[in-house]
Design a protein around this ligand. Structure first.
Ligand SMILES: NC(=O)c1ccc[n+]([C@@H]2O[C@H](COP(=O)([O-])OP(=O)(O)OC[C@H]3O[C@@H](n4cnc5c(N)ncnc54)[C@H](OP(=O)(O)O)[C@@H]3O)[C@@H](O)[C@H]2O)c1
Length: 302
């Protein structure tokens, strides 16, 4: 099968589209024919060895951590799903014609396959971050970096809980944020004052999604480091702020995403699809840091 892979850590030059054997469905997993796979910042960070702790790559790695497609094999111990079912979920090596998912849910008919492919990581991360700062109805929550994949999910989840959402983004993305239900402001100098002006009452909670060095400002806005969380700034603990890294219950997150989608409260906005041969471009666009919503890689199934 065709897959986007790398044999050593590095920049765009280490990526290749090569032929590899299809993976086996291990116990507790399903294998899918991938129709679309999400593009995540973690994909280029992994390629660069960001999470490897200085150790070299021991075997070739295939890019990708989420996908949507059709089940082609069911691992031992798996029930409730069979070959031919349409699913979406989390896995490793999803930028390929076939991939193994280790947490998945049925893809509802009304959820387009590109949206499903780009939903798992963004939605689970957004849900976990909002839960970490206990966002509930009536809260005002600030999202720093609201226009990306995780931000797109976070705005919609927080709105579905009845929270008021203030999101930072470049001005080109303000109409986008308003359409999602957030009050936008830019992240240029003076943004904390603009957030205070937009907030009708106190700012209750804040989520740093962009890792743009804003933790002290977010603590000052909420007045409580326990109601601030970052998903991207590892200096946050220096300010008494938690970094959320470990996935929670991924299947429960997918099921909630399906429910919100069916209620009309969630859409993962996918404005751009690449093909496998455009893997370098897809990862470079993510690395540049200004994707709106999610981008996906579409696998040509002939
Ligand atoms: N901890 C975890 O579990 C976890 C999970 C998923 C992702 N992450 C990390 O979280 C980060 C965001 O992920 P993502 O998937 O949402 O990324 P993404 O889709 O690539 O988001 C990029 C967004 O960041 C915004 N942005 C860029 N510079 C900014 C700044 N200075 N201030 C505010 N916003 C800014 C951009 O908005 P403009 O174009 O308007 O500038 C763009 O919409 C990444 O670093 C990723 O690695 C962590």
């Amino acid at each position: 099968m065709r897959a986007v892979l790398y044999r050593r850590f590095g920049g765009p030059e280490v990526l290749e589209v090569g032929e590899v054997p299809p993976p086996e469905a291990r116990p507790g997993t399903v294998r899918i024919a991938v129709h679309a796979a999400g593009v995540n910042a973690a994909d280029w960070k992994m390629r660069e060895g960001f999470f490897a702790g200085g150790r070299p790559l021991s075997s070739p790695a295939i890019v990708g951590s989420e996908a949507a497609g059709v089940v082609t094999a069911v691992g031992d111990g798996v029930t409730g799903v069979q070959e031919g079912d349409e699913v979406f979920g989390f896995g490793r090596g999803t930028w390929a014609e076939q991939a193994v998912l280790d947490a998945w849910a049925p893809r509802p008919h009304g959820m387009p396959i590109e949206e499903a492919a780009g939903t798992p990581v963004a939605f689970e991360t957004a849900l976990r971050a909002l839960d970490a700062v206990r966002v509930v109805e009536g809260d005002t929550v600030v999202l720093s970096g609201a226009a990306g994949g995780v931000g797109t999910a976070a705005v919609q989840i927080a709105r579905s809980r009845g929270a008021i959402v203030i999101g930072t983004a470049s001005s080109a993305n303000h109409d986008y944020l308003e359409a999602l239900g957030a009050l936008p402001t830019t992240y240029e100098a003076g943004w904390p004052d603009r957030v205070r002006d937009l907030a009708v009452a106190e700012v209750d909670a804040a989520v740093d999604l962009a890792g743009a060095g804003v933790i002290p400002d977010l603590v000052s806005l909420t007045g409580d480091p326990a109601r601030v969380v970052s998903i991207a700034d590892f200096s946050a603990p220096d300010h008494g702020v938690q970094v959320s890294q470990r996935p929670g219950d991924r299947v429960a997150a997918l099921e909630l995403a399906v429910r919100l989608h069916e209620e009309g409260a969630l859409r993962m906005i996918v404005e751009r699809g690449f093909v496998l041969d455009q893997a370098v471009e897809a990862l470079e666009e993510s690395r540049a840091g200004h994707v709106r919503g999610r981008t996906v890689v579409l696998v040509d199934r002939g």
